[in-house]
Design a protein around this ligand. Structure first.
Ligand SMILES: Cc1cc2nc3c(=O)[nH]c(=O)nc-3n(C[C@H](O)[C@H](O)[C@H](O)COP(=O)(O)OP(=O)(O)OC[C@H]3O[C@@H](n4cnc5c(N)ncnc54)[C@H](O)[C@@H]3O)c2cc1C
Ligand code: FES
Length: 1332
């Protein structure tokens, strides 16, 4: 998301004020910026002269791939322009609509919090210092919210939630440092509190200091009207009843982009003052203009709440409560009340409140005049209302409440912040002096196609005396009479939605009971009244590595950025200022065209016909490209050039006869512009025939027996005849458990989608490719194969990627090859960048896995045997599935010695996109399966799972099931250090105590280890090359085979070269990765790119250093520049290649012999969560991570941890089982963790005094290993659920809970009568969505 800031005039009292608003650039229509001052990232600073906000993000490591960074900076910039003294809470809130997939957010917050003012209100747990309270709500520790909700906070706890040590280390700024003599990065980097000199900020332009005039802009397809009075608007709507009213465009924008809607005539109403004001009606309520933006609406509601008696503003508080979780500030800054009402979404957040509080909508038209409609009658069907085409919604009347009247609103979504609701509701009751209910309105959203009142249920409440049982039977009426849903109901999650309705009613009962009589409910029930509050995110990173002294110290500043020092990403300043260029920033080439995709809309069907007539007739269209345009294409040849695939060559580049999944590429429409290409592609008509049943899930594949012809097996101990006697006898296992564990897919969600530009040269068939790929060589090789042009004519160039995470290792190649066919045929450069929805539909995800296991163990819990069948869902083609499977199979032991094992693996072949590499590459799936059966063992034995984990931890010298002896095993040390520093036993007691005292809130704790094997499992990939040039001025240019995708690879390579050559980092430049400079490279993957390329860079440097040796001992000593100059004139070559191949790697799957991995990285994580057992919402209170990463080159692990956390909690791709269409496309439907989903406190420490002889500078890889540790949050949630299950009398033995721990799964697993009731209602039809 790119954000821009709008500065515009606002006339609250005749005089103007300038307001600065961050907005989503993609939703801001060009015509709507008339009269506004638009500020972009490039406008506020440059890398030479950065704005303080840019500097703060860059220096806090808040920019990795950098693709999200402009949006992050603009959110912060807007905040600081509007508020010179933001609190820490203001800072966090400013980012509610931003996403980042790389950093794990903590570094961004760390930089941004430099602008927060320290709290001055005397609260020890000041708002900016980690206090969980909100600005309106005061302190977290037991103070009361303005809305009467309490939340629990323990005075005995560290106010910033530090778990690492007793809170003696709290610093003035509220962060915690661990005082153990180690380097605390925070101390180094957060020395200052930044204050912005606003006089230096861009001034609001003088010519804009006037009211915007009415205007009309006619264009070839229609017109844009910009009236500034209601009279003008009514006239326009009278003349053009179908003209689309647009206010914030946050709904219409989505309809146009995602649903293909077209609105030729638009009327922009944001500048009509009559629709944006308000009018108070004494003692009655307020008429609010519906053109009011939601941000302004929030401000006004706060004003009313502060002005009127609390009993009068119950309705306003309910609105404010729901607005708190309505989108992010960038949307609320422009979205309007009217837009939300008229959209008539079934899950609108405002409409349930408007309906419940009996709000009245004033509408008007030129002919019909004014009329008022009760909001409870306004909605008449799915996105249908009583508004007539020529009518305008003008204002809405919001009544005051009276004494004895109570209103409360609820919302539950997949992600707490910036997400649409699954179910929302607003309940309003009136009671008389005897507390007998005289009126009840129970309004729900998300249970039917439109917001409406549960009539039966509401009527049933009236006449009852309020008490704990007042709503008995009412919930059942809601879900069985008022809202009846079958399992195929759009949106799915039917049992969860029913359960939420019941939970909301329970919360409401307790809330009102408490309000009427504070002693009426038990203290253990109070937890139902509040939501899980979180303090400000904070954390620390602790490691003890001193920067290494360079080997050749000729520069006084040689230590600058040396190996081991944590320097910012070298491109950080360019990324925060918008100077860093991504693929789509490459200026348009001469004659460049764009490719629009023609994708299949069916799965497993034959293509009957393709009609391109309409598309080709459009102006600007150059042609339609298919397999037949591939030079030398021979459909009769089973190995023809249209057949691609990284290992098996089993998929078509362009589908020819059959399509296998929904979203498969059939052809490309090439046109002179993106707009035309996309429009034309949409006009291509494809018909299908011979539809065959779909295989979507692993279970479908097992039932139908559809697997790839690939299987693997590991046998060890008594399952291997050759080695039987060497292992523990099988009969030592006196207990066995059998079970199934399942985990879902994960979308990469790199912020930059797949993109390529192919430029055919005029001479010698040369082709220049710019690609966002992790695999330049494979791109080159496949373009060469498809076009039949030798590889030496093809140069693939990669400057940087806006994230990859494995998703651009192979699936990027297909797009480039398809474009190459078009470019080669049409002899023009062709570019394409997938939309987010295309990217998600086409390019595959992390493999979902299922494990069917049987585990044998002793009474103590020592593992004796494992028999497991591991099945992954590969999708329609093999891609890298076999390697992913191998890694899963070799990580199913996680950190535990299992002497006897038979591990089998197979890959389901299904009608979904081909699943592919994703950070961890099957490792996390294998380890997740392992930890699931460890829970099973522990719960069978009735012991804590941590005890079972600990007694089984590997020791040095022990052998893995795939027969690799383990050397330098540090896992016991990691485990013990973390167990101690996290005060696990104390925390356990506290969590248990908390759970006894809270019925509707449970806390959970988990401590879990990880071990990750480093090396490509395909031996030949473990090689790398580099090229180092030293120029006569002493500057150095290095190139290597890896690509920069945010992980800081180039930074590390520069550090290595600087260290080796003994020059400052500033002397070294790394421009881009190219196949013409370093050939035959491996993909930047498997976390070994630093190891491999680093060694290659080092080798190249050493070669040059050997040549420079005579000059280094020169007397008097020479400066670097003198030395280089002298060597040049002596005709010494100052350029060298470097090469590295990891030694001693080989593995034979047939015998299970050989060395699979070069070394292992170990780690452990401990986390505590709190779960709302009425809604399934959870929050991670803290997480501590300890890792052995050798002597890290420049460590950053939070991003991987948070990605792992997302994988096993929030992220769940779902498909339509009937069509195979991915339902969770785009950020609206698929939720990655946001700023407020990270642990409140995340403390990372690296094991001290460890080294690694098998990698460059004794470092260990950090890219993938921490990812699995994020799943400690899953197991902590599971622990909390166990506490609830015990309380409600569910069996306390093992229970199956698959990953991810979505709210839906959490609530179902918590059990209890509501779960039974919600499930018991008969469901009809096939599920709406399934996990593959
Ligand atoms: C990222 C994102 C997050 C979102 N999160 C939420 C959320 O959490 N909760 C939620 O409820 N919604 C959410 N939405 C939906 C949307 O933002 C809201 O519905 C918003 O209030 C729409 O207001 P708008 O001014 O942008 O409407 P527009 O897009 O401008 O218009 C929407 C519709 O209303 C009509 N309209 C607007 N004003 C009038 C008027 N005065 N008279 C007649 N017709 C009118 C338009 O013609 C159009 O049909 C989200 C959207 C996005 C993109
Ligand atoms: S740095 Fe945020 S997405 Fe890459």
């Amino acid at each position: 998301m790119i954000l821009i800031a709008f500065s515009s005039l606002y006339f609250p009292k005749g005089e103007y004020e300038v307001q600065h608003r961050s907005v989503n650039a993609c939703l801001a229509l060009a015509c709507s910026i008339e009269g506004k001052h638009v500020i972009t990232i490039e406008g506020i600073g440059s890398s030479a002269n950065p704005h303080p906000t840019q500097e703060a993000i860059a220096y806090s490591h808040g920019s990795q791939c950098g693709f999200c960074t402009p949006g992050i900076v603009m959110s912060l910039y807007t905040l600081t322009r509007n508020n010179a003294k933001p609190t820490g809470h203001d800072v966090e809130e400013a980012f509610d609509g931003n996403l980042c997939r790389c950093t794990g957010y903590r570094p961004i917050l760390e930089g941004a919090q430099e602008f927060a003012v320290p709290d001055v209100n005397g609260c020890a747990n000041g708002k900016s210092n980690g206090c969980g309270g909100h600005e309106a709500n005061g302190c977290a520790n037991g103070h009361t919210h303005a809305n009467g909700h309490n939340h629990s906070g323990s005075d005995s706890e560290c106010p910033v939630g530090c778990s690492t040590v007793e809170c003696t280390a709290k610093k003035a700024n509220g962060t915690c440092s661990v005082q153990n003599g180690s380097v605390d990065i925070e101390d180094l980097q957060k020395a200052k509190h930044r204050v912005i000199d606003q006089t230096k900020d861009l001034p609001f332009p003088e010519p804009l200091k006037q009211q915007t005039d009415s205007f009309m802009f006619a264009h070839e397809d229609g017109a844009w009207y910009h009236p500034t009075t209601l009279a003008e608007l009514r006239q326009i709507k009278h003349t053009y009843p179908n003209a689309k009213i647009v206010t914030g465009n946050t709904e219409i924008g989505i309809e146009v982009r995602m649903k293909g809607f077209d609105f030729p005539v638009m009327v922009h109403v944001s500048d009509i003052a009559e629709m944006a004001g308000y009018e108070e009606v004494k003692g009655e309520g307020v008429w609010m203009g519906v053109g009011t933006s939601l941000t302004t609406f929030q401000d006004r509601l706060k004003h009313f709440i502060a002005t009127y008696e609390p009993h009068q503003t119950e309705n306003f508080q309910a609105l404010l409560d729901n607005l708190k979780y309505f989108a992010g500030p960038q949307i609320r800054n422009v979205a309007s009340i009217g837009g939300n009402i008229v959209t008539a979404s079934a899950i609108s957040d405002l409409n349930p409140v408007f309906v419940a509080i009996d709000a009245q909508l004033r509408v008007s038209s030129l002919k019909g005049g004014e009329r008022t409609i009760a909001m409870k009658d306004f909605f008449i069907g799915y996105r249908r209302t009583l508004l007539q085409p020529a009518e305008i919604a003008e204002s809405i009347f919001l009544p005051f409440t009276k004494k004895g009247e109570y209103t409360l609103a609820f919302k539950q979504s997949k992600r707490k912040h910036d997400d649409i609701a699954i179910v929302n509701a607003c309940f309003r009751i009136m009671v008389d002096s005897q507390n007998v209910v005289t009126h009840a309105t129970l309004a729900f959203g998300g249970l039917s196609p439109f917001t409406r009142i549960a009539q039966d249920a509401s009527a049933a409440v009236v006449g009852r005396k309020w008490g704990p049982d007042v709503l008995d039977g009412v919930g059942e009426k809601v879900i069985t009479k008022d809202f009846v849903m079958g399992s195929a109901t759009p949106g799915g999650m039917v049992a969860y939605r029913r359960q939420l309705a019941l939970s909301f009613l329970k919360k409401f009962t307790l809330y009102i009971s408490h309000k009427l009589d504070t002693n009426s409910i038990q203290s253990t029930e109070l937890s139902a009244l509040s939501e899980i509050e979180r303090g400000l995110a904070h954390g620390s990173q602790t490691y003890d590595r001193e920067p290494e002294k360079p080997t050749t110290g000729t520069s006084p500043t040689a230590l600058e950025g040396a190996v081991g020092s944590s320097i910012p990403h070298l491109a950080a300043l360019k990324q925060v200022t918008g100077e860093a260029a991504y693929l789509d920033d490459i200026p348009r080439l001469a004659n460049e065209c764009y490719a629009g995709l023609v994708l299949s809309t069916e799965a497993n069907a034959a293509i009957e016909s393709v009609d391109t007539t309409e598309a080709l007739a459009m102006d600007g269209v150059l042609g339609y490209i298919t397999a037949t345009d591939i030079p030398g294409y021979d459909p009769a040849d089973p190995h023809n050039r249209n057949i691609v695939g990284p290992i098996l060559h089993d998929e078509e580049l362009y589908a020819t006869k059959r399509v296998h999944f929904h979203g498969q590429m059939i052809g490309l429409v090439v046109a002179t512009s993106e707009l035309v290409a996309r429009k034309a592609a949409a006009k291509v008509k494809v018909t299908y025939t011979d539809r065959q049943p779909l295989v979507i899930t692993i279970e479908d594949a097992i039932e139908k027996g559809t697997f790839f012809d690939i299987s693997r097996e590991i046998r060890t101990g008594h399952f291997d005849a050759r080695r039987r006697e060497a292992e523990v006898p099988l009969d030592e296992a006196v207990h066995h458990v059998e079970g199934v564990a399942r985990m879902s897919a994960q979308e990469h969600f790199y912020l930059e989608t797949h993109a390529s530009l192919v430029n055919p040269k005029k001479e010698d068939n040369e082709i220049e490719i710019f690609a966002s790929t992790q695999n330049p060589t494979e791109t080159q090789v496949y373009v060469s194969k498809v076009l039949g042009i030798p590889a030496n004519r093809i140069n693939c160039r990669v400057k940087r990627l806006g994230g990859g995470f494995g998703g651009k290792e192979t699936r990027s190649v297909n797009l480039t090859c398809a474009l190459a066919v078009a470019a080669h045929k049409l002899k023009v450069p062709v570019r394409c960048m997938y939309t987010r929805e295309e990217d998600m539909a086409i390019s595959g995800q992390r493999h979902p896995f299922r494990g069917d296991y049987k585990v044998g163990f002793t009474a103590e819990g020592k593992l004796v045997s494992l028999e497991v069948m591991i099945t992954s869902n590969g999708g329609f083609s093999a891609d890298l599935s076999s390697s992913v499977l191998e890694r899963a199979m070799t990580h199913v032991d996680n950190c535990y010695r299992i002497p006897n094992a038979i591990i089998r693996g197979r890959i389901a072949k299904t009608n979904i996109a081909s699943n592919t590499a994703f950070r961890g590459f099957g490792g996390p799936q294998g380890m997740m399966l392992c930890e699931q059966f460890m829970c099973h063992v522990a719960e069978y034995l009735g012991k804590p799972v941590e005890e079972i984990r600990q007694i089984n931890l590997y020791k040095t010298g022990e052998i893995t099931p795939f027969r690799q002896p383990l050397t330098d095993v540090y896992i016991e040390r990691v485990w013990d250090e973390l167990h101690q520093s996290a005060q696990f036993e104390k925390r356990r007691r506290e969590v248990d105590e908390f759970n006894k005292l809270h019925t509707h809130r449970k806390r959970g704790l988990a401590l879990m280890p990880t071990k990750f094997g480093l090396a490509f499992t395909a031996r030949f990939l473990n090689q790398a090359g580099a090229l180092v040039h030293i120029y006569t001025d002493g500057s150095v240019l290095i190139t290597h085979g890896g690509t920069e995708m945010g992980q800081g690879l180039h930074t590390k390579m520069v550090q290595i070269a600087a260290h080796a050559l003994g020059v400052p980092v500033s002397k070294i430049h790394l421009s881009e990765t190219q196949t013409s400079t370093v050939p035959n490279t491996s993909a930047t993957a498997a976390s070994v790119s630093s190891d491999l390329n680093g060694m290659a860079v080092l080798n190249a440097c050493n070669t040059i250093l050997a040549r420079l040796a005579p000059y280094q001992s020169h007397t008097p000593p020479l400066t670097w520049e003198q030395m280089i100059n002298k060597a040049y004139f002596d005709r010494v070559s100052l350029s060298a290649t470097g090469f590295y191949a990891t030694p001693d790697l080989s593995y034979d799957w047939a015998t299970n012999e050989g060395r699979m991995y070069n070394y292992f990285t170990y780690g452990a994580a401990c986390a505590e969560v709190e779960v709302d057992t009425l809604t399934g919402e959870w929050g991670c209170r803290w997480a501590d991570v300890c890792m052995d990463i050798g002597k890290s080159l420049n460590p950053a692990i939070e991003g991987a941890f948070i990605q792992g956390l997302g994988w096993c909690t929030l992220e769940e791709p779902l498909l339509n089982p009937n069509t195979g269409m991915l339902l969770t496309r785009g950020p609206g439907a698929y939720k990655i963790p946001s700023f407020r989903d990270i642990p409140v406190s995340l403390n990372v420490r690296f094991l001290s005094n460890v080294s690694n002889s098998r990698a460059v500078h004794s470092s260990k890889a950090v890219g993938e290993p921490p990812l699995f540790l994020g799943s400690v949050v899953f197991f902590a949630i599971r622990d909390a659920i166990k506490a609830k299950r015990r309380e409600v009398g569910e069996d306390d033995g093992w229970f199956r809970m698959d990953s991810p721990a979505t709210g839906e799964r959490i609530l179902a697993a918590c059990g209890g009568t509501d779960a039974v009731l919600a499930k018991d209602v008969r469901e009809e039809g096939r599920a709406w969505g399934v996990a593959a």
